[in-house]
Each structure stands twice: as structure tokens, then as C-alpha cells.
Design a protein around this ligand. Structure first.
Ligand SMILES: [Zn+2]
Length: 493
């Protein structure tokens, strides 16, 4: 018996010693290919029975996209656990997210992070865009930018991601990217961003203020300290610049990306951006380990605050479902609350971190146009595109003739001429509208989408014709605003 145990221990030690992620095997000299990734992910399930591999989608050119479901129980069964979903490499040329997540997967397989799984069920998707990765390009196999596809949901990769989200409704979600700070304009200025990790929190003001406060006041300081004490640098996600040439702000308010499309459902949602190399492989050991460490920091934070995060998200999702707030900002803009903000940059000349005063740093978001949310929307049953769209988002709906709708409350938008607006530096053409009541309508021809659901804030943002983030701004859906009448109707309160 003793001999057998010794033998098993010995064998386990041999297997563990051999369990290296593909990039470790090459000593960081070769990026992990799709086949290597898949084989390695499968191998971890043999080493650790808490890891289960399950495909979430088949990409446009036929790659099976694996997700690892990690639980020390039956995944999703223990209602007290926080569900966390982490996904990397939507952009194929941002390789360190994938490599970092494979390093993390190895450590999980070897039991290094066992304690997390007393309170966490984790979905880990190391690579959302295999085609882009294989050829080291941003977009997917049919040229779509996956991280601009989360509202219209027309790509198999993003559809699959949202299917998993909708099935398990993770409280915490994280989208992993890289940023490229080596542009000519910054070079000319003599400074650049040089943080191992940029940490982006929710910026869309329709997302629960409590969740946004928790992220800003508690999570950000925590992760900055965690990164510093583990030997990495981090800063809040900065967009724009260089200072004095282009305004700088915290990220975007859009809901078509991996962070905010889930955030708008009152998830504790984040984006991490690791520092890109001069090329895809350079400095990879530091980059991949930076990404891994940031995710371990997040898991540690969730572990330490599991019950409060769990109840915060549950309560804030109830607010959406019960329709306790009936306003929605459908146009918004970053603005600055101070004359300047001190930001640390890397001086290309002195090779040292230097604090620079950035004039007019746009640190806050304000509403530009706010509406009263209706009781719900009516969409024509014969619009198969809209039908597919709401199914993919798991939006609740019923046939309008079986909903209790007061016909006198139904209105439509008459479309007047287009108006041009500048929002978040971009010129956008939106229709001028006049809301009118409908006198004659056959409800059997419509689906009713009640506002009182998880998609409470997402529906007006997607369906209002004057929404800066709306569906009708996309080529795929711009038929909605052609003609004199907007084809989506409102049922007012
Ligand atoms: Zn990216």
C-alpha cells in the first residue's frame, strides 16, 4: 500500500513538473497556437477534476472556442458562490491575455489557487478570437471587430460569449485586452503610458451607481496595491491624448464592448489592458505574467468580498427587474471637473516615471439627453432581424396581444430631418423626432418587451432612435430609421 501511494505521489510530481503552458515550454520564444491551446486546456482537465472543458462557440472559420468551467463542486450549483467570467483575446493581435490566462490555468490545475474555489465558480475563456490570433490580427475571420459587436451580436464568437453569460449570469465579468502606447504623437511629446496594466471600470452612467462606487472606491485601490506589491505597475484605464493635443478621459461610455454590454445588466464588470510589446512576442514573460497577476488580484478581491459582491449585484439587478428607476440617459459625454489632473507617464528621455499635469482631463460622465423609460417597447413580429437580436440577448418578450396593454398609451416616432451632433469626439447623425399617439394598431402583429427586466437600461439605449449607442446607428439595423416612421413603438406608463 505504502509503495502504491509513493508511486502515485511520484507520478503526480512527474505530471506536475511537466505541466507547462505552451509558451513556458518554448521559454517565451513562440506564441501559443490554437492547437497547442486546445491540447493544453484539455490536459488541465486530466490533471485537475475541478476543471471542465466545454465549447462555447464555433468561430467563423470553424475553430471550436473552449471555455474552462472551474468549480470545487458542481459548477453553478452552490448559490452562495460568486460566479466570475473572464475572457481574453477578442482582439487576435493582443496575445498576452491568452498567454496569461494559460499560465493562470496551469496554476489552477496544479491547485495553487484552491482556496478561491471555496467562494468562486470561474468561467475562463482564454481565447475568444482564434482566427485573429493565428494570423496576429485584431479582427475575426470575416473582418469583424468582436469588441464592437456586443450590442448587435451578429458574430458566433460574441453570440457564444453572451449565451454563456445569460445561462449563468456571473456577478463579476472581466474582458482582457492590450494597449499600444508607442504612437508617433506620444513619441514627439517625449512621454508615453507604461503601466503593466490599465484597469477599466464601468463608465456608463446608467449602470448602478452603487456598483460603480464599489469599483472606484474599493476595487481600484485594492488592485493598484495588489499589483504594486507583486512587482507590477497599474493605472486606471486612460483613453485619448497625448495631453494638450487630444483630450484624455477614462475609457468609453459605449455598451457594445465586452465590459459594458455585461455591465449594463448590473454586473461587476471590468476591462484590463496589458501593455503591448513593440511586437507580438517581445517582453512576453513580463506581459503574460502581468495579465495573470492582475486576474489573480481580481480573484483575491472577489474571494475576500464574496458575500458583499454577491448581494450588491443581486440587489442592483432587482432594481432593474422591478423597474424602480425610470430614467435612462441615452446621450452622454465625458467632461472635466478639475482644471488638470496629475498622471504618471514614462519619460522616453530620462527613462523614468514622471508626473505630468494633464489639462482638462475628462474624468466624469454627464447625461446629455435623458428620457423617461416607457413601460415597454413593441417590435413588429415580421422583423426577423430584431427577433433574432432579442433572442440572442435573452430579452424577455411576449406576444403583445397577450400583454395587458392600454392601446391609448402606445406611441410612435415620426422622423423629421437628421441632426448632426458631436458626442465623445465623434460626429453622429441622429434623427429629429416627434412622438405621436397611435390610434389604430393590431397588437397581434407585435411582440411586447417589458422594461421591467434585467435589460431595463439596455432596452432604451438600444431601441430609442436618438440613442447615441442605439441599434439603428449600425449599418445592420439602420433600416429602422429609414422612412418617415420608426418601426419600434413605445408603450408609455
Ligand atoms: Zn483590444
Amino acid at each position: 500500500m505504502k509503495k502504491i501511494i509513493t508511486l502515485i505521489l511520484l507520478l503526480t510530481a512527474v505530471i506536475n513538473a511537466q505541466l507547462l503552458s505552451p509558451i513556458e515550454k518554448s521559454n517565451y520564444t513562440k506564441l501559443t497556437s490554437y492547437n497547442e491551446l486546445f491540447d493544453f486546456a484539455y490536459q488541465t482537465t486530466l490533471v485537475n477534476s475541478n476543471i471542465e472543458l466545454s465549447p462555447i462557440a464555433v468561430s467563423t472559420n470553424g475553430y471550436i472556442i473552449p471555455a474552462l468551467f472551474i468549480s470545487n463542486d458542481k459548477f453553478g450549483e452552490d448559490k452562495k458562490k460568486v460566479r466570475v467570467m473572464v475572457f481574453a483575446q477578442q482582439h487576435g493581435n493582443e496575445q498576452s491575455g491568452k498567454e496569461g490566462m494559460l499560465l493562470l490555468l496551469k496554476e489552477i490545475a496544479l491547485g495553487k489557487h484552491n482556496r478561491f474555489f471555496d467562494r468562486i465558480d470561474l468561467i475562463l475563456i482564454p481565447q475568444v478570437n482564434p482566427e485573429g490570433s493565428e494570423t496576429n490580427i485584431r479582427r475575426n475571420g470575416v473582418g469583424a471587430d468582436l469588441n464592437r459587436n456586443h450590442l448587435i451580436l451578429t458574430m458566433p464568437e460574441t453570440i457564444g460569449l453572451h449565451r454563456v453569460f445569460n445561462k449563468y449570469l456571473p456577478e463579476v465579468t472581466l474582458d482582457i485586452h492590450e494597449y499600444y502606447p508607442y504612437s508617433e504623437e506620444w513619441e514627439k511629446l517625449g512621454y508615453r503610458k507604461n503601466y503593466d496594466e490599465q484597469i477599466g471600470i464601468i463608465t456608463n452612467i446608467n449602470v448602478s451607481q452603487k456598483i460603480r462606487d464599489e469599483q472606484r472606491n474599493n476595487f481600484l485601490p485594492y488592485i493598484f496595491t495588489y499589483m504594486r506589491t507583486t512587482g507590477f505597475t497599474a493605472n486606471e484605464y486612460l483613453l485619448g491624448g497625448p495631453p494638450g493635443i487630444e483630450r484624455m478621459r477614462y475609457s468609453t461610455v459605449d455598451i457594445d464592448d465586452g465590459r459594458q454590454s455585461l455591465g449594463i445588466l448590473n454586473s461587476f464588470s471590468l476591462i484590463f489592458e496589458g501593455l503591448n510589446g513593440i511586437d507580438s512576442l517581445s517582453n512576453m514573460k513580463q506581459r503574460a505574467n502581468g495579465q495573470k497577476t492582475a486576474v489573480v488580484g481580481l480573484l483575491q478581491y472577489v474571494y475576500e468580498n464574496a458575500s458583499s459582491i454577491k448581494s450588491l449585484v443581486a440587489e442592483e439587478r432587482e432594481v432593474l427587474i422591478n423597474g424602480e428607476e425610470n430614467k435612462c440617459a441615452i446621450q452622454m459625454e465625458h467632461y472635466s471637473t478639475k482644471d488638470s489632473k496629475d498622471v504618471t507617464f514614462y519619460s522616453i528621455k530620462t527613462r523614468k516615471d514622471t508626473v505630468i499635469s494633464v489639462p482638462e482631463f475628462h474624468d466624469k460622465v454627464k447625461p446629455v439627453l435623458e428620457i423617461n423609460s416607457p413601460a415597454g417597447y413593441l417590435i413588429p413580429k415580421n422583423d426577423s432581424k430584431l427577433y433574432e437580436w432579442m433572442r440572442r440577448h435573452n430579452i424577455e418578450y411576449i406576444s403583445a396581444d397577450s400583454a395587458r396593454i392600454n392601446k391609448a398609451k402606445i406611441s410612435y416616432y415620426e422622423i423629421k430631418g437628421p441632426i448632426k451632433k458631436i458626442l465623445e469626439e465623434s460626429e453622429i447623425t441622429l434623427p429629429e423626432l416627434e412622438e405621436k399617439s397611435i390610434t389604430n394598431i393590431s397588437l397581434t402583429n407585435y411582440y411586447f418587451l417589458p422594461i421591467n427586466q434585467l435589460h431595463n437600461k439596455m432596452l432604451p439605449l438600444a431601441l430609442e432612435p436618438q440613442s447615441q449607442l442605439g441599434l439603428s446607428n449600425y449599418q445592420e439595423f439602420n433600416y429602422l430609421k429609414k422612412g418617415n416612421e420608426f418601426s419600434i413603438l413605445r408603450v408609455n406608463n
